[in-house]
Design a protein around this ligand. Structure first.
Ligand code: SF4
Length: 456
């Protein structure tokens, strides 16, 4: 029996994996894991599907007659030769990089990917961040001094949990690693706590809330600024924030939500309260204002940095010390002049950057997942060269010249560098590889590529 953390999503559930030779017999939640407490979701079974399924196991190269299997040496040599040539002819920004979500669930990609990116030294770097959690990171950088100084709701001790635009019953938390959410919600109710959900949709989380309030999509900033105004009526200080509050009547007209004054007062009156908002508020036009206002609500009610409120995690590996604090606007996109953040341009500019001649796509499928995917696909079709690190031929990687398949999560050691820093409890879990890595595989192709002499 192997005991590992699931690396398929932010919840990092502890798993018990029963094996027989090189195959998986069963996957169960690990009841002894102090964070996930036996929880798992149906996705965990995909670890077996990925490991035993019809994935790529050796590098492949596109030829006029179709895909051909090649050796790792040939794959790396071919890739480096092409990237070096394009870089020499057109400069470093001619090579773009797209990193998909699984990158943050791979220890090797995180520890060695940076070296590879530094070698490329391109300004055309993209990921899913700018269509996901960027407002959280920017607010953390502006308010607390570091993009990963992210306050986490203390769900296990709060009395009043206000959730705006998030569905942790399905997601098991995002920017809040909270496996076993359903039972944690029951425990909140058992201690007479309340959960209030604001969402335009009757989500799975809304269905089990004490109150669910529908809101007009994209108007959460008005709600939050009105709540701040109500709370500041009876709170001293915060003179710089006070002028930013909006009248309750106006906010109710904008949001379509009645009872904002009561919502604010109950939040302020609770012994221990915390407000949390996720993609429903952070991927909107006023996402930055919303994430800022959520933290302001926690602060002005005395619920910041205290048990039952919003707390900073204390991970064994301190992200703050090993990552940049969130530098921004050191360069801009060519066409729309949008600023970079932490070395990345908004992914919505990927299809319009004129310098791009080659791409490195790592664990991502931007043709499906980015805005205007068909336009991204047109760009990929015209590239001089593309290499993808992926175990599948998909909508994006089918445009690659070379595909480098990584090991599966069951074939490599893992320690989660990111999500312990976002977890509702402080834990640490090292996951040894369940199966030995076959000699023909590479743990993280970026590792090998980073060692390849460069430039040629
Ligand atoms: S919730 Fe996430 S971490 Fe937990 S088992 Fe499902 S996919 Fe894995």
């Amino acid at each position: 029996m192997a005991h590992i953390a699931c690396s398929l999503c932010e919840a990092i559930c502890g798993l018990e994996v029963q094996t027989n030779a090189n195959s998986v017999v069963s996957i169960h939640g690990d009841p002894k894991d102090p964070l996930s407490r036996g929880h798992l979701c149906p996705k965990a079974l995909a670890l077996q599907d990925i490991h035993e399924g019809d994935r790529l196991r050796t590098p492949i190269r596109k030829t006029p007659t179709g895909w051909t299997e090649i050796s790792w040496t040939e794959a790396f040599d071919h890739t480096v030769d092409h990237l070096a040539k394009i870089r020499k002819l057109h400069g470093p920004n001619a090579i773009a990089v797209y990193q998909g979500n699984p990158t943050v669930h791979s220890l090797g990609a995180l520890t060695h990917g940076t070296s590879f990116l530094n070698l490329l030294n391109t300004r055309n770097r993209f990921s899913a961040t700018s269509v996901d959690q960027l407002p959280h990171q920017l607010v953390a950088s502006l308010m607390f001094g570091h993009q990963f100084k992210l306050p986490i709701p203390d769900i296990d001790r709060t009395d009043h949990f206000l959730i705006i635009g998030a569905n942790p019953m399905v997601s098991n938390g995002s920017m809040m690693t909270v496996p076993d959410f359903a039972n944690r919600r029951k425990e909140l109710r058992t201690r007479a706590g309340r959960m209030i959900v604001i969402d335009p949709r009757r989500t799975e989380t809304a269905k089990i809330a004490d109150e669910h309030h529908f809101i007009r999509p994209g108007t959460d900033a008005a709600l939050l600024l009105a709540m701040i105004g109500v709370i500041l009526e009876n709170t001293k200080g915060y003179d710089e924030i006070r002028p930013l509050a909006v009248p309750v009547d106006w906010a109710e007209g904008v949001t379509g939500l009645t009872g904002i004054r009561r919502l604010a007062q109950e939040f302020a009156d609770a012994d221990r309260a915390v407000c949390y908002g996720r993609t429903g508020v952070s991927t909107r036009r006023h996402g930055l204002v919303c994430q800022w206002a959520i933290q302001v609500l926690n602060i002005i009610t005395g619920n910041f940095d205290r048990p039952g409120g919003a707390l900073f995690a204390k991970p064994a590996v301190d992200l703050i010390r090993i990552t940049g604090k969130g530098e921004r606007d050191r360069w801009r996109s060519t066409v729309r002049g949008l600023p970079e953040f932490a070395g990345e341009l908004p992914v919505s500019t990927l299809a319009e950057e004129p310098e791009i001649r080659a791409m490195v796509v790592s664990a991502g499928n931007p043709v499906l997942s980015t805005p205007d995917g068909p336009r991204v696909e047109q760009v990929l079709q015209k590239l001089d060269f593309m290499v993808a690190i992926d175990p599948w031929i998909n909508e994006t990687t089918r445009h690659a010249d070379i595909i480098l398949p990584p090991t599966t999560a069951l074939e490599r050691d893992h320690y989660d560098l990111i999500f312990h820093a976002l977890a509702v409890r402080n834990t640490a879990r090292f996951s040894p590889a369940v199966f030995p890595k076959p000699s023909s595989r590479r743990c993280s192709p970026t590792t090998r590529a980073a060692r390849t002499p460069w430039p040629r």
